[in-house]
Ligand binder design. Sequence first.
Ligand code: PHE
Length: 451
Amino acid sequence: MHSTPDSSPRDSWGSQAGFILAAVGSAVGLGNMWRFSYVASQGGGAAFVLLYLGLVAVIGIPLMTSEFVVGRLAQVSPVKALPLLGGRKWTPLGWMFVFAGLIILSYYSVIAGWTMRYAWEAVSSGLPKDTVAYFNDAATGLPAIGWHVAFMVITIFIVAGGIRRGIERAAVILMPVMFVILAGLAVYAFFLTGSREGYAFYLNPNLGAVFDPQIIGNAAGQAFFSLSLGMGALITFASYLKGRNNLAKEATIVALADFGVAFMAGLVVFPIVFTFGLQDQIGASGLGALFVSLPAGFASMGAAGKFVGAAFFIMLFFAALTSSISLLEVVVSAIVDSFGAARRAVAITMGTIITIIGVPSALSLDFLGAADALVGNFLLILGGFFTAIFVGYSVLDKADAELAIGLPSESMRKAWAFMVRYVAPPILLGVLYLLIAPTWQAIRTLVGLGN
Ligand code: PHE
């Protein structure tokens, strides 16, 4: 079923479980940890969670299935897969994916660098009490650049190792460890005195919020970012896939695992916040929830805090690393497959370029936030919209035949095609419309900071 490294010049996954873990690793990341719990609490708690789950079901899973199908069918990076299957006019979409990967990784690595620094500090000397001052010191400037570089070096090293020996091995080791730490933290948080209050705040349904357009836009952006959709990351991963598995089932597994981790992160964050009276800090900024308020909680826990804080940031670092390798792989595979260059050299070169692009984000939080709004939100939804058009209208027959290899049920494939053709495009267009104003604001911020 699987080709050996010798029989095929292109790398492939060692096992189906390895592929699934790598895809879960891509999806589970910084997006689940701070963005989900923060946005959920702002947008109606349980109502947001339900809305998010609905969007994952009707758009997320069908689009993830589509990305898997395109990748396995074409056996090549999206920049070649799209024109190969749908004609030359689709080439620009492939390069838009590469652009999105470059930019997202450039600032993602800065945040991941903070997690490394926090983990290091928690293990070595314990996190300091004045977490606001500590965050301000860590977030921007030379230390932030240093940790950003360190994180990129590790990411480059793993991607240079290839699919089976680099990315798959990292995911198979890091994801289970990450999951066990997170589950342990959720159990610990359950026994804190403020856990009930925290759960109540987190899960209190405010059903009116489901109809608030801004919250719908937030939930959709969050779904795309968290599921790694709209930039070809999962097309790229699936292009190293052999075999006859049911890709719709595997997309469902990945999406549910991603949701489960996001949900659990909320079960960790909110009890800590309410036990130690950190409510004011959490609404202040998305990043604040994680890097300002939580360490304050750890500092108040006494001896346990050192251990819990270290566990939390190590877990976060692992989650970020398995996502960043998927971002770099999109860029690397595009160059390797287009120009036949050697993986190791490409990983080092492109990784270095991305490290440099990330420097402005390590110098200014406004720049980082604007890059996230422009690329992490708007461009992913745009990429998802075009992916739906590509699969639903340009290559549907081929995609359907590929999906049928593992999913013989015609009615289920019909339901998938219906979602991709008629449900995803109009909803995504609506979301793009809602995002015009914030995106324009982000562009102005980026340009304003540039001169
Ligand atoms: N899904 C990742 C997270 O939640 C981020 C990511 C986005 C990774 C797009 C790859 C592609 O942190």
